[in-house]
Every structure is written in structure tokens, then in C-alpha cells.
Design a protein around this ligand. Sequence first.
Ligand code: CP
Length: 308
Amino acid sequence: MSPRLRHLTTLENLPRATIERLLDRAEALRDACAHGTRKLDVLTGRTVLNLFFEPSTRTRTSFELAARRLGADVINFDIGFSSTSKGEELFDTLHTLEAMHLDAIIVRHKHSGTPDELVHHAMSGVSVINAGDGNRAHPTQGLLDALTIRQHRPDFENLTVVICGDIRHSRVARSDVHALSTLGVKEIRLSGPASLMPEPEEFPHVVHVDDFDEAIRGADAVIMLRLQKERMASTDLPDEAAYFSRYGLDQRRLALAAKGCLVMHPGPINRGIEIASDVADGAQSRILEQVGNGVFVRMAVLNEVLAR
Ligand code: CP
């Protein structure tokens, strides 16, 4: 059995058995919830801090819900009204909050690597969970995307998954590639404008296909990504109409994929830029299932790092 995680900052190099254990636990929690179990007391007396230095709707809310459903207390740290705005440094904020006896810190930060720095500086006994750092990792998103695919297509060894859009700036794409390749997905294809693709040596085992029509042909799942304007220089910004015509997912392109291809997007979506409304809201869309699975994956991760 793979050892229990104390922290979760990335899926890179995580053993397959650990990823599968987290997905299995998330699935069991989803089943329990479907049968009416809405609250467990496995984390009663534990305190979880949501420390988000970047905006979030899905991740922050679902971590809060996940912690509460497991019986933990939750503090949502409001950066805008905190002493960060008076110049307090990250590690002073960390030690100040730790003095109030925390058990876990869920952190989102614009700088890649911040969660690992917190692991290094955190008091022993405090777990750190990465809720997205720069363009590096968003491990719980990678897990919930894998769970959503597994729910419909557990035969990973037969699957072709396409990830399309602004991959260069995407922590979601990186965590998806790490999760799906570890779980044995047959082929992962990356597609997007050359200026928004990663260096080929970053993912030598995935296929890069510039032409999205070609990339999506025969795909079993397609994960669309938002243009991360907040991480681009203004000169990198593509014209949105031209971008949609080359890389947007519409009904014509979806028809090139395998029958029943899963349509996914981590959100927030930009309708008419990376995905057409009738596809985002269509019968093949799994976007809201992804959101729902986020709660169960985050319950599974909190349970993993915090349960006694
Ligand atoms: N997918 C995701 O991270 O969404 P939020 O930014 O709303 O948390």
C-alpha cells in the first residue's frame, strides 16, 4: 500500500496506487451522499484554513463544503481585508495563523512553488494542500477530472483525451497530464496556438497537434481551457474571434470526436471564446459533473491528510 499523504502539492510522481485510492474514496463518498449521508464526523475538532491569494469560485467553495461535510471547522481568509494589504509577508501571515492552531492550509497563489514553500515553513502537524499555484499544478482539479472521466469511461487504456487551449499557462493541464498519464490513458493530445503551447520537452510522452480539427478526431474526452489573460503579456493576447474559429469547440468540431465524447472544462468558461454555448450546455457536457465531483475529491483529500 502506498504511504498516506501528509500534504498534496502536485500529482507529478504520485504513485498510481495513491491516485486510485483518492479516486476510490471520492467515489465511495459520492455514493454515500447519494444514499443520504450528507455529513460525517471524521474531522471533528480539526481546523482548515482557506488561504486564497487569487480569485476562485469552484475550488474555494468546494473545499469549504468538503471540510464542513467531514465535520471540520473552516476559516475563509479574506486577503482583501487582511494585513497582507498592510505589507505583512507570506510567512509572517502563515505563522500568525498557525498560532491559532490550524490543522490544514489550502493555498492558492499566483507564484508557482508557493505551496511547497509553505510545506517547508509550516509547523509540523500542519498539512498543506495546493489549490492552484501559478501555471504549475492544480492537483485536486486533476483528480476530479480523472474521476469524471472514470465515471463514464473506466477503460483508460483505450482512451484518447485531448486538452485544448492555453496550455502554456495552465496548471490544470499540467495536473491533468500527470493524473491521466499515471492512470494509463492510451493517448493524450495537446492542441492550441504555438504561442500558448508548452515546450515539447516538458511532456515528451504526449502528442502535440496544432490543428484542433485533427486533434479532436476520434477523441473520447476533450478538456477545453480558458485563455489565462491574467498570466499573459498583452502582446500574447490572441484575437478572440480568430481564436474561436481555430480552437473553439463547436458542434461541427465535436462531431469529429468519437461518439459520446465527454466535453469537459475546469471553469470558469468563456462562452464563444473557447467553447460554444450549445456545446457547454449540451448533452455531452460534463462540466457541472466536474464541479460536483470536486466536492467529493476534496473530501477524499482532506480525509487522507487529516484523518487520525
Ligand atoms: N477550476 C477552478 O479552479 O475554478 P475556480 O478558479 O473557480 O476555483
